[in-house]
Design a protein around this ligand. Structure first.
Ligand SMILES: Cc1cc2nc3c(=O)[nH]c(=O)nc-3n(C[C@H](O)[C@H](O)[C@H](O)COP(=O)(O)OP(=O)(O)OC[C@H]3O[C@@H](n4cnc5c(N)ncnc54)[C@H](O)[C@@H]3O)c2cc1C
Length: 361
C-alpha cells in the first residue's frame, strides 16, 4: 500500500473478506474479543441491525494496460505436476467462483437443514466444504451469510462461519500467534521431539484408525472434516506431545483451505493454548470418538482399505479384536496395518503431567 501511495495511487481498503472489520469491531471496553460467545452475540447483533453489503457485481469492462506486456502463457509456467499425484484433489474440488456458488446452492438446498445433527459426522455429507472457496475469495462470507441467514435451521452453520471471523479477529490483534501460543505459559510447555511419531502421523500410520483415516484424507483431498481435524490435532499435541506448530506446518503444506487465521486458531484451540480454547486436560480418545462419530466405520473403511473388512465393532480398535476376527478380515497387525504407536491411556496421563508442570509454575 505504501509503495502504491508513494507513486501517487489512491489506495482504499475494504474488509470484504470478513463480516466485521477487526480494527473497529471491539468489545464494550474497546478491546479485542478473546471469548467466542460474546464475540458471536455482538456479531449477530451488528449484522441484524445492518446487513453487510454483499459488494458490487463484477464490472462489465475493465481498463487494462494500454501497451502489450511481454509474458509467458500459463502452460509455459509448468505449474501442474508431471507425475500425477493430484487425482484426489481433482476429483474433490472445482476451483473458481462458479464451483463455489454451486457448492453453496447445493448445501443450502439440502444439508443445511440437518447441519446441527450431522456436522460432527465425517462419514456423512453434512457440511458445506466451502472452506477453500472462502479462503481464496471465490465466494465472500457476506454472500454466504446473506444467502443462508433467512433459511430456518441455518443458525448453527452461521455460528461456524462466525468462528472464521473470530480467527481473523484474533490474528489481527495478536499477530504473533502463528508461531507462538496466545497463552504465554505454554511457551515453556515440555514438548517432545519425536521424528518417528511425526512421520507416522503425517503418513496415517499411527495404528489409530480414525486418526489415520483423517491424515490419509488430508493427503488425498487436501481437506479433512472438522471433527477429525480436532482429533488428529489432539493426537499429535497430547498423545505424542509434539508441538502444535509442527502440526500446523504440515496442515499448511497439505490443506487446500490452508488459512493462516483458521489454521492457527484451530491448532491453538485444540492444543489448549489459544483464545477460548479446549482445556488442555480434554484429551480426545480416538476409539470413543470413532465409535461416536463414525459408528459404522464407513469413514475409516473409505480411507483405510486394509481395514475395509473389519466388523464395525472392532474397526476403531483392531488391536483388541479376537485373532479369528482379524484373520477373517485379512488384517495382520504390524504387517498390513500398524499396531498403535502409543498406548492412549499412558499418553493421556503423560500429557496431563506435562500440563501440570506448566500450571504449577
Ligand atoms: C487443527 C485445525 C486446523 C484447521 N485449519 C483450518 C484451515 O487451515 N483453514 C480453514 O478454513 N479451516 C481450518 N480449520 C477449521 C475447520 O476445520 C474448517 O474450516 C472446516 O472443517 C471446513 O469445512 P467446511 O467448509 O465444510 O465447514 P462448514 O462446517 O460447512 O462451515 C462453514 C465455514 O465456516 C468456517 N468454519 C467452520 N468451522 C470452523 C472453525 N472451527 N474455525 C474457523 N472457521 C470455521 C469455515 O470457513 C467453513 O468453510 C481448522 C480446524 C482445526 C481443528
Amino acid at each position: 500500500m505504501s509503495e502504491l501511495r508513494a507513486v501517487g495511487c489512491e489506495v482504499r481498503v475494504f474488509a470484504g473478506r470478513l463480516l466485521a472489520d477487526p480494527e473497529t469491531f471491539l468489545n464494550a471496553s474497546g478491546r479485542p474479543f478473546q471469548v467466542f460467545t460474546p464475540f458471536y452475540r455482538a456479531l449477530v447483533q451488528r449484522l441484524t441491525a445492518a446487513e453487510p453489503s454483499v459488494g458490487s457485481s463484477a464490472p462489465d469492462r475493465m481498463q487494462g494496460a494500454t501497451s502489450r506486456l511481454a509474458s509467458a502463457s500459463i502452460g509455459e509456467l509448468g505449474l501442474l505436476p508431471t507425475v500425477s499425484w493430484d487425482d484426489g484433489l481433482r476429483r474433490a474440488w472445482t476451483p473458481g467462483e462458479a464451483g463455489a456458488h454451486l457448492r453453496l446452492q447445493r448445501f443450502l438446498a439440502g444439508a443445511v437443514q440437518n447441519y446441527a445433527e450431522r456436522r460432527d459426522r465425517p462419514d456423512l455429507d453434512g457440511v458445506s466444504r466451502l472452506s477453500p472457496h472462502l479462503h481464496f475469495g471465490e465466494i465472500s462470507p457476506r454472500q454466504v451469510w446473506h444467502a443462508a441467514h433467512a433459511i430456518p435451521g441455518a443458525e448453527p452453520f452461521l455460528r461456524q462461519l462466525a468462528w472464521r471471523e473470530f480467527s481473523y479477529h484474533l490474528l489481527h490483534h495478536f499477530p504473533h500467534t502463528p508461531v507462538a501460543p496466545l497463552r504465554p505459559q505454554f511457551a515453556s510447555f515440555p514438548w517432545r521431539s519425536d521424528r518417528h511419531g511425526l512421520r507416522a502421523w503425517q503418513r496415517g500410520q499411527t495404528g489409530y484408525p480414525l486418526v489415520d483415516a483423517g491424515m490419509r484424507q488430508l493427503w488425498s483431498e487436501g481437506w479433512v472434516h472438522n471433527r477429525v481435524r480436532m482429533l488428529v490435532a489432539s493426537f499429535l499435541t497430547k498423545d505424542l506431545l509434539i508441538p502444535w506448530q509442527d502440526g500446523a506446518r504440515w496442515f499448511w503444506d497439505t490443506l487446500v483451505d490452508a488459512d493462516l487465521a483458521n489454521n492457527t486458531q484451530g491448532w491453538q484451540w485444540t492444543a489448549g493454548c489459544g483464545a477460548d480454547a479446549a482445556p488442555y486436560f480434554r484429551v480426545f480418545n480416538p476409539v470413543t470418538q470413532g465409535m461416536k462419530f463414525d459408528p459404522d466405520g464407513a469413514y475409516v473403511r473409505r480411507w483405510i482399505p486394509e481395514l475395509a473388512r473389519m466388523p464395525s465393532e472392532w474397526i476403531h480398535r483392531p488391536w483388541e479384536a479376537p485373532a479369528q476376527t482379524l484373520a477373517d478380515a485379512g488384517v495382520r497387525l504390524g504387517v498390513t496395518y500398524p499396531e498403535p504407536i502409543v498406548d492412549h491411556a499412558f499418553a493421556r496421563d503423560r500429557a496431563l503431567q506435562a500440563y501440570h508442570r506448566i500450571t504449577r509454575r
